[in-house]
Write a protein that binds this ligand. Structure first.
Ligand code: KIV
Length: 271
């Protein structure tokens, strides 16, 4: 266990307190114990065991092939490496198709060491959020460019552009919070809309390609380290390795930049 082992681990109620105090939340994806130790030592608040592992670890073209077993395996590995950051396990495609199925899978993730689960979308997922929260399982919602919708969206495309799409996203953001979610990831959303959603949201927002106005930021670890995963890099990605000088330095540089508001900039945001 790393240097923060003596500190109190992040808990779900602390997320709202961090927001109230104006402390921006730092989140990164991670999939193994060694990197989890590095993230913890660099002071990262939240670790997402994302289904992005399908693309950056397994080499698929989308997140759709990821299985429940994969997320449970990587969650357990991350949990062995880091105690202090809040660990969030991502439902892979289809694993949250019904409230009951989501609950059975969420129990596996919690038992593997997660403190929260993340699911994409609103609509019929609202019932699942309620079902999980009623059963003491904290939920992070994920709206905007939801990669599991790649088939219906016809690619990875910025969402919420135009009046009716923006209105729908605003309504979904309020609905997931009302259903009981404690955190909201906004991905691939115009910065101005993300600001409005954040201002109206009763729960903290975490942006990725959603401009600087969210309550925190998340990146895929491989993108922050400039690793060529064979996929096109979206404009919100920044390679922090050059300025950080080392892997640990890059992660610290990212955390500092999120906290002091110098990342992301307009260059990493959509209009
Ligand atoms: O799976 C993942 O890494 C994610 C982030 C991009 C938010 O969902």
């Amino acid at each position: 266990m790393s240097v923060h082992a003596e500190q109190k681990a992040w808990s779900v109620p602390q997320l709202a307190l961090a927001r109230e105090s104006g402390r921006r939340l730092t989140m990164l994806t991670c999939y193994d114990a060694s990197f989890a130790r590095v993230l913890e030592d660099a002071g990262i608040d939240l670790i997402l065991i994302g289904d992005s592992l399908g693309m950056v670890v397994q080499g698929h073209d989308s997140t759709l092939p990821v299985r429940v077993e994969d997320i449970a395996y990587h969650t357990a590995a991350v949990a062995r490496g880091a105690r202090h950051p809040l660990k969030i396990a991502d439902f892979p495609f289809g694993a949250d198709a019904s409230p009951e199925q989501a609950h059975a899978n969420a129990v596996r993730f919690i038992q593997a060491g997660a403190a929260m689960v993340k699911l994409e979308g609103a609509g019929h997922k609202l019932a699942t959020i309620r079902y999980l929260v009623d059963r003491e399982i904290p939920v992070c919602a994920h709206l905007g460019l939801t990669p599991q919708s790649v088939l219906t969206m016809g690619g990875f495309k910025v969402q919420g552009r135009g009046t009716s799409a923006a209105e729908r996203l605003r309504a979904e953001a309020l609905a997931v919070a009302e259903a009981g979610a404690s955190l909201l990831v906004l991905e691939g959303v115009p910065a101005g809309l993300a600001n409005e959603i954040t201002a109206a949201s009763p729960i903290p927002t975490i942006g990725i390609g959603a401009g600087p106005g969210c309550d925190g930021q998340v990146l895929v670890l491989h993108d922050l380290l400039g690793i060529d995963t064979g996929h096109r890099k979206p404009k919100f990605v920044k390679d922090f390795l050059a300025e950080g000088g080392s892997i640990a330095g890059a992660i610290r540089a990212y955390a500092d930049a999120v906290r002091n508001g110098t990342f992301p900039t307009a260059e990493h945001s959509y209009a």
